[in-house]
Design a protein around this ligand. Structure first.
Ligand code: MD3
Ligand code: FE
Length: 216
């Protein structure tokens, strides 16, 4: 009985090493779910989610916003980090301490003590939204990891290799899961399959993903 209880608790908060430098921290953000959602709501009130256009002229199915001293933007001019939100001309909202501390603690747990993110990209997936295989290479320093936090509906994440043609592996990312990517996997191709419809008790019909980066 007691052994079962511990096994279940352990399973809820399990660290899975999925590749060299990449760790999936199951449930790591769950204890702070309400504070995280309140912080995201406050950011979105000042910098609303928007569907940006890729340099090739396609509108992204994922809606995005950012907080921190830099935000990721795309338009016909290309992909880049910008100090101001192009929608308002104002600086992006500051990164709230609850978000920064979570990212720092997750990075330390995965072996990247001292991670100091200056950008947090916030992705919102409605049912059907997806993210095609890509590399994250708009950051200046690839020696820093990327920390990702999943909230709301579950999604199938795919991660491949250093070539787009490498067959990707699939992982389900659930509410509260945190992924840390660093070292030799920092530049692997990865993506998210089309979100399956559902209803999450806190977030309804959506998935929100935070990615913390050292951009500048
Ligand atoms: C592996 N976001 O915003 S998070 C992105 O779920 C992005 O919204 C996905 O890919 C999402 O760029 C995946 C997991 C993730 C984030 C960054 C990575 C995996 C990564 C960078 C390098 C390798
Ligand atoms: Fe990415």
């Amino acid at each position: 009985m007691v052994a079962d209880l511990f096994e279940n608790l352990f399973d809820e908060l399990r660290r899975e090493d999925i590749a060299p430098g990449a760790a999936l921290l199951h449930g790591f953000a769950r204890a702070q779910q309400h504070e995280l959602i309140a912080a995201i709501d406050a950011i979105v009130a000042r910098a609303p989610f928007r569907h940006m256009m890729t340099p090739g002229g396609h509108t992204m199915s994922v809606a995005m916003t950012s907080c921190g001293s830099a935000g990721w933007v795309t338009d016909r001019g290309g992909y880049r980090y910008a100090a101001n939100d192009p929608a308002s001309g104002q600086p992006w909202p500051e990164m709230p301490a609850v978000l920064r501390d979570l990212a720092r603690n997750a990075a330390a747990e995965a072996g990247f003590a001292g991670f100091d993110p200056d950008a947090c990209l916030i992705n919102r997936y409605a049912p059907g939204a997806r993210m095609a295989l890509h590399q994250d290479k708009d950051e200046r320093d690839f020696s820093a990891p990327i920390v990702s936090v999943s909230l709301g509906l579950p999604a199938i994440f795919q991660f491949g290799g250093m070539a787009r043609s490498d067959k990707p592996r699939r992982y389900e990312l659930r509410h509260g899961d945190v992924l840390v990517w660093g070292g030799e996997t920092r530049l692997v191709y990865h993506g998210v399959l089309a979100l399956k419809d559902g209803e999450h008790p806190l977030l309804g019909r959506q998935r929100i993903n935070l990615t913390f980066r050292k951009a500048l």
